[in-house]
Design a protein around this ligand. Structure first.
Ligand SMILES: *[C@@H]1O[C@H](CO)[C@@H](O)[C@H](O)[C@H]1NC(C)=O
Ligand SMILES: *[C@@H]1O[C@H](CO)[C@@H](O)[C@H](O)[C@H]1NC(C)=O
Ligand SMILES: *[C@@H]1O[C@H](CO)[C@@H](O)[C@H](O)[C@H]1NC(C)=O
Ligand SMILES: *[C@@H]1O[C@H](CO)[C@@H](O)[C@H](O)[C@H]1NC(C)=O
Ligand SMILES: *[C@@H]1O[C@H](CO)[C@@H](O)[C@H](O)[C@H]1NC(C)=O
Ligand SMILES: *[C@@H]1O[C@H](CO)[C@@H](O)[C@H](O)[C@H]1NC(C)=O
Length: 776
């Protein structure tokens, strides 16, 4: 860690020789040594100006090739692991590739630390809540703030430039301990989240050089990774058996969008196997799909110790050298861990791979650092060079963290007369629950150190007088303070119960086995509700959803809010919603299932589609038709919005070549969405009228779903577009969605081919439905 002493405001020492008789004494200006890690520092080593890779007037490819050419095999191998070694003879310092920035700059990876110079960074809500905002501008705005704070920390030697975020795995099963890190269960929302957040992290304002990176993002964990540790099955040993159809329409889309739409600089392969092959050793997935089909411009990194895991735990190869060779030949460029550092030289010696294979890997790694300016000398003289501690935790950044939480919070239930509470009418508010005054719980995992915290209690107390009782000693709630809680609620004008869970019950390496609120939480809620004098507001803080049917159907529980893990300003945002300073607009990014769902669905069954003969109900709103506690997209407002499709075609015709079989056959229920058909890009517009019928103004996310004709086991319904709008009270607006038949309406068939189904489609917005028919 860099000491504070060295990092005070830049000092300039002048050694002045000004006596005439000492005319040969040179006048030197010694700037403070830059604490940031970078190569090609001419002030340390004059030789670097002669190296092609340090020469900014050459093209990046030529510079990278020049560097690779200069390295010995040993030096090359230093650069395929996250703790990359220095190459002192060429003026290249060591570099730590592993930093994290899931929802704010984090110190979970070794590449980033806080110090008294930068004691904290803005901590945004955990991703699952941000996703609930359904606001792509927000996703990007957060990314932009995070990359600004990251650059500021890099400049003072506290952070790297390569961040292994976001996590865009589909939240397939409600038990997953890492579901909180993801944008939820829907492929479109996850794709938009991933590409928008990546753009926010990576994009510079420099139009002249669009491939330059502000920081490098990484979409992880490729692929079909969404089980950590469930009833003894862990991610290091799990073989995810995935159909080609599920792969193509569920697991792949967010990664594809990261690479193609977001231009992400990195993809991380996962621990698990997919169909019998470890993802980090699968040439089809890495070299084939990510680099070949999607054309990743960047590097492929393993999850931390994935290579060691497939050797040691999965016994996928006989020798460690074979494991090293398999990974690199599959297309892996960088190993988080030290396995490749230890075994690659021997693998080359044994003839299992060629030195040129390693050249490919380091070329991708160095090219990424090159785009980050790592080889351009002093970062203080580059774009973003002026950023420093003053740019971290600014009032504006922290306000965005509060706004993000507000935009995501979901109002699940609201009885007339319950919310919003009038702060003027409330003399005392009872605030009860194990999460009512928590700090760290609010920032979830892959967290940093926040600028400051506003707990729910603090947020509420800023508006009204409160009486607080934790109610349980922690979220496990073995023994609730029922009597004391009842006493408070019976006399207070309103009661807010802040319940839910934390990382002790859902986290990395720990999946849930139960969807009910833990311990005596339900008892506490029911007993308090029975005697409460005023409205009872149940606030659930969690990543995953719950079976809270007992509260949903209890008239005395007058409102329910889900607040995710709402970030450093979560308590302020909760108060903003409760007192109506902000009109809630979040919508659930995942289905809330009943407890009974777990009996029918082993977490290890990857199938998205139902299998009725086996009693398997399928997963997510796209396939599951059974009972839900709250469904995907559910979310109330203090306003009342209505939707109407005012213009949309009744029929859409797709052009087919004269010799297409379907022109002469009545049996065709779908046509292949092949390039020549989709090149013509058949599109149509849907015009919607959205009306806010209430006095209250507010934001509203409009979700456009389609039910395709039922062929090829297609989803019963899927999201094809969404947009968050803001409407004043008693006002309306017209919206337009452009629908591309190939991109938006096509489905994936059993073999993974994109098809356009022929027949009746139903478009849904809110309760409004419109039928259109697609013909040849
Ligand atoms: C950098 O590259 C340019 C373009 O090839 C060349 O003209 C120049 O001499 C190089 N600079 C040095 C210091 O070698
Ligand atoms: C890395 O730096 C150390 C200490 O300066 C030095 O001893 C070592 O030789 C360097 N390694 C390489 C590969 O340059
Ligand atoms: C962060 O701290 C760790 C452990 O003290 C240290 O190894 C690492 O070099 C530090 N990284 C930075 C960027 O300061
Ligand atoms: C609430 O939490 C804050 C932050 O940890 C703490 O300072 C405060 O004392 C707590 N309030 C109560 C009433 O326990
Ligand atoms: C929760 O509280 C109980 C009872 O005080 C204690 O036994 C348990 O260890 C606590 N759990 C955690 C995660 O702190
Ligand atoms: C979406 O987020 C942006 C960025 O925070 C914000 O300015 C905008 O108001 C939000 N949109 C709506 C409709 O709430």
């Amino acid at each position: 860690m860099i000491s504070v002493f060295e990092n005070r405001a830049p000092k300039v020492f002048f050694i002045l020789g000004f006596l005439i008789c000492f005319s040969l004494i040179s006048v030197r200006v010694v700037g403070q040594v830059s604490p940031a890690v970078f190569a090609c520092d001419a002030t340390k080593d004059r030789k670097v100006v002669h190296y092609g890779f340090c020469n900014a007037s050459l093209g990046r490819d030529a510079r990278v090739a020049d560097l690779v050419r200069r390295l010995t095999l040993q030096e090359k191998i230093l650069n395929i692991v996250n703790g990359a070694g220095n190459i002192s003879r060429l003026g290249i310092p060591k570099y730590e590739w592993w930093s994290e920035a899931l929802h704010g700059v984090s110190n979970v990876g070794p590449g980033t630390n806080f110090s008294s110079l930068v004691p904290g960074a803005t901590s945004f809500p955990q991703v699952i809540l941000t996703a609930a905002s359904f606001n792509t501008s927000l996703f990007e705005a957060i990314g932009k703030v995070v990359s600004t704070e990251a650059r500021a920390m890099y400049n003072v030697g506290l952070a790297g430039l390569t961040f292994w975020s976001p996590n865009v795995n589909i939240f397939r099963d409600p038990r997953w301990g890492r579901g909180q890190e993801t944008p939820g269960e829907d492929p479109l929302l996850s794709s938009k989240y991933g590409s928008s957040y990546v753009k926010g992290l990576q994009q510079t304002d420099d139009n002249a050089d669009p491939s330059r990176l502000k920081v490098a993002a990484c979409c992880k964990h490729y692929t079909a990774y969404d089980l950590d540790n469930w009833k003894g099955v862990d991610r290091y040993h799990f073989n995810a058996v995935v159909t080609q159809q599920d792969m193509d329409d569920t697991f792949d889309p967010p990664f594809k969008s990261c690479v193609i739409d977001g231009n992400v600089a990195s993809v991380m392969c996962s621990y698990n196997q997919v169909n019998g092959k470890p993802t980090c050793a699968d040439p089809h997935l890495l070299a084939g799909v990510i680099r070949g089909q999607w054309k990743l411009n960047g590097y492929i990194v393993s999850d931390c110790d994935s290579v060691e895991v497939f050797f040691d735990d999965q016994h996928y190869t006989k020798t460690p050298e074979q494991a090293a060779a398999k990974a690199i030949l599959a297309g892996l460029d960088l190993n988080c861990g030290s396995f490749l550092g230890q075994h690659t030289a021997a693998a080359v010696k044994k003839g299992l791979l060629k030195e040129s294979d390693i050249d490919n890997a380091i070329t991708n790694n160095f090219a990424t650092l090159m785009r980050l300016g790592f080889f351009d000398g002093d970062p203080r003289k580059q774009p973003y060079g002026k950023l420093g501690p003053k740019d971290v935790c600014t009032a504006e950044n922290q306000e965005l963290a509060r706004d993000a939480a507000r935009q995501g919070i979901v109002l699940l239930k609201n009885t007339a007369g319950s919310l919003p509470l009038s702060s003027a009418a409330i003399k005392t508010l009872a605030v009860i629950g194990p999460n009512a005054n928590v700090t760290k719980t609010m920032i979830g995992n892959y967290e940093g150190i926040p600028c400051k915290y506003t707990t729910p209690l603090q947020g509420l107390t800023a508006s009204v007088a409160t009486k607080y009782l934790p109610g349980c000693s922690n979220v496990t709630c073995g023994n609730a303070q029922v009597k004391e809680a009842k006493k408070l609620a019976a006399t207070a004008d309103a009661t807010v119960l802040v319940m839910g869970i934390d990382q002790s019950l859902e986290r990395e390496s720990f999946d849930r086995v139960d969807l009910r609120l833990p311990g005596q939480q339900p008892l506490l809620i029911k007993e308090v509700a029975k005697v409460a004098k005023g409205p009872v507001i149940l606030v659930i803080m969690s990543g995953g959803g719950f079976d809270i049917s007992f509260a949903k159907h209890n008239d005395k529980v007058t409102s329910i809010l889900w607040v995710g893990y709402p970030g450093e300003a979560g308590g302020a945002a909760i108060a903003d919603v409760i007192f109506g300073y902000y009109n809630p607009s979040g919508r659930l990014p995942m289905t809330w299932y009943p407890q009974s769902y777990l009996d029918k669905v082993p977490m290890t069954n990857m199938n998205m589609r139902p299998d009725p003969p086996k009693g398997y109900p399928g997963r997510t709103y796209r396939f599951y038709t059974g009972e839900t506690i709250y469904s995907f997209g559910h979310g109330l407002s203090y306003s009342k919005f209505s939707h109407k499709i005012v213009k949309a075609p009744q029929t859409v015709s797709i052009p087919l070549d004269d010799d297409h079989v379907c022109r002469h056959s009545l049996d065709c229920n779908s046509v292949e969405a092949v390039e020549q058909l989709c090149k013509k890009s058949v599109t149509f517009d849907i015009h919607l009228r959205v009306q806010n019928k209430a006095r209250h103004g507010g934001s509203h996310s409009v979700l456009l779903f389609v039910t395709p004709p039922s062929v090829h086991n297609s989803p019963r319904k899927h999201l094809i577009g969404f947009e968050k709008i803001s409407l004043k009270g008693k006002s309306g607006t017209l919206m337009r969605f452009k629908v591309d038949v190939c991109k938006d309406l096509s489905v994936v068939d059993e073999l993974g081919r994109r098809k356009i189904a022929l027949g009746q489609y139903v478009l849904h917005v809110g309760n409004f439905k419109h039928t259109l028919s697609l013909r040849i």
